[in-house]
Write a protein that binds this ligand. Sequence first.
Ligand code: ADP
Ligand code: MG
Length: 316
Amino acid sequence: MAQPVIEIENLVKRYKELVALDHLNLTIKQGEVFGLLGPNGSGKTTAINCMLALLYFDKGSIRVFGKEMQPDSYDMKRQIGVVLQNVAVFEELTVQENIDYFCGLYIKEKAVRKQYVEEAIVFSGLEDFRKFYPRKLSGGLLRRLNIACGIAHKPKLIIMDEPTVAVDPQSRNRILEGILKLNHEGATIIYTSHYMEEIEQICSRIAILDGGKCIASGTKEELKSMIKTGEKIHLEAWDLTTEQLEGVRRLNHVYQVDYQEGMLEIRCSGGRHNLVHILDYMTRQEITFSRVHSELPTLNDVFLEITGKELRDSLE
Ligand code: ADP
Ligand code: MG
């Protein structure tokens, strides 16, 4: 059994009247790329700040590496790399000097530090920018510098809070690949995002947050098997009659049918070959159709079925 790296029990955090974390429970094990997915305001950053003992909380407990985290737990903090949501680097220092500064907080030996700084520069693809000051960097490069500063000292646990917000696709891919590389080299990763595609792409386990609560957790396969939707089928077909729509509704495994402006959306629960049966029905009814498209459920469907809201709609 992998050791738990973080254990959060019944965590409650209030900002005056507002309950930002409402009895949150989470366990993150060694070796995971653990995703915290939730809309803006769901409590991701608050949870991370509590884990790092940057914030006092009202109730519950947090154990990091099996021990209670305290504001002065410097030995534990040394083993954690943090990439905060808001970029935090020194404007007066160059790219290389910034990374060296943060690495130097943990790594005293000069030769080792030099090597680590170089590795972080290569890792984040900043070789051509080492002498640049932060204000000269694009948004994506600045994010990459922020990450390099957080991971240069080779921490065992890396916490990243929305590291890809507002970055170009090239930097985004580079960051995601980099995270997997750090994980392969042995680091446990906690990754927060409101982009469900990213979370699906890199996380081995996911907790979905809403209103400061963990509403579901598991691997992406486990999360998707919790919900009724097994497959969504879209097709274009004009002038369907009420009887024909009823006929589609009565097909095996079909549990929801929406029909608007010639687009038919059919949700099926489990079952195989749903598309074949539906197309077969359309043919028998001599209905002309086009633009057939079938998709498996996304994490948005999971969020929608549990909360009744679209994850996508609650963004930005
Ligand atoms: P997320 O990171 O998922 O977007 P946050 O943890 O930042 O969510 O916020 C959770 C809730 O707490 C939100 O309703 C937010 O407005 C509120 N909040 C966050 N930080 C503060 C603060 N310093 N003071 C008051 N309310 C806050
Ligand atoms: Mg946040």
